[in-house]
Ligand binder design. Sequence first.
Ligand SMILES: [Zn+2]
Length: 337
Amino acid sequence: MPVGTQGTVKAVPQDVLESLGAEIILANTYHLYLRPGHEAIRRMGGLHRLMSWPRALLTDSGGFQVFSLSALRKVTDDGVRFRSHLDGSSHFFTPEHAIDVQIALGADIAMSFDECTEYPATRARAEESLRLTMAWARRSLDRFRAHLSRAPWADATGCGMQCFGIVQGGMYRDLRRQCAERLVEMDFDGYAIGGLSVGEPRELTLEMIAEVLPLLRADKPRYVMGVGYPEEIEQYARMGVDMMDCVLPTRAARHGLLFTSEGRLNIKNKQFAEDQGPADAACDCPVCRRYTRAYLRHLMQAGEALAATLNTIHNLAFYLGIMRRVRTEMDKAGNGE
Ligand SMILES: [Zn+2]
C-alpha cells in the first residue's frame, strides 16, 4: 500500500496511482484529524470523495503519529492527551475517539487504537504497554460495531467498512503470542502486526512475524505495518503476509534514492550526469519508458518539483511490480492462500 499521509501520495496524482495498479492506499488519521479535520471531511462525503479516490483506503488509528510526532504526551488507561505538532493545541484521543474519527473519514479499513511499544523496551514496560493495547483493542472494536452506520457513505444496508486489530508486545515472543490469541478471540475483520521497524535488527522483525503469523486466521487479511525494503516485502509476502505499507519508496524517491532490479541507486550521483539509460532497464514504468537518468539527475540538481513526481512513480511501480510478481508466482505454485 502506497502511503498517502495527508490524503495524497506525495507528488503523485490519483490517476497515475490507478494506472500503476495501486488497489489500496493508506491515509493517516492523525494528520487528517488535525487538518482539514474529520468533521469537515465527513461533511464533504468522506475521504474517498474529497481526494477523488474510488479504490480502497485504509486509515491508521493515529496512535503511531501521536506517539512519534506530537509533543507532551500523557498516556492514561483512558487515552492519550497530546499537543499538535502544527500549532501546539491540546487534544485527547481515546480508542472511541480514534474510531469515531476514522468512521468520519470513511475509509474501507479502520485500525484499532494501540500503543506502539518503543524499542528497546524492558519486559515490564512491554507488558504494561500490551495491557493498554489489548484493552484499547476491545474498546475500539465495540465502538466500531456500534457506530459503523455513521460512515459518510453508509446507507440503510450499512457499509462494508472493516476494523483490524493490531498485535503488539514489543520484541517478546510470548507477549506477541498472547496478544495475537486475544485479538483473534475478539474476531476482528483482519489483523495487523504493529510495533515493528522501530529500530530493531531485521532478524528480530522476522522472528516476531514468524511467531505471530501462524496464530492469525489465514482466511482474514494479515497486515505487517511499516515495512520495508524490496527484499523484505517479498520475503514477508512469501511467508503469508497479505498487506504491507511503507513510506520508504515514496520518501526515498523525494531524496533521489531509486530502487531498481540491480539494487539502489542515488540518482544525484555525478556518474549519472550524462547517462542516457533509463532509471532501471528492466522496468517498464512510464518514467523508465520516457526519461533518462541524466534528466532525473538534472531535475534533482535543479530542485525541480517534477523530480519528486518522476522518482516516486518509478519507485511505486517497482514496489507494486514486486508484489504482482510474487502473487503470480505463489498462485502458480498453488500456495497463494
Ligand atoms: Zn521505472
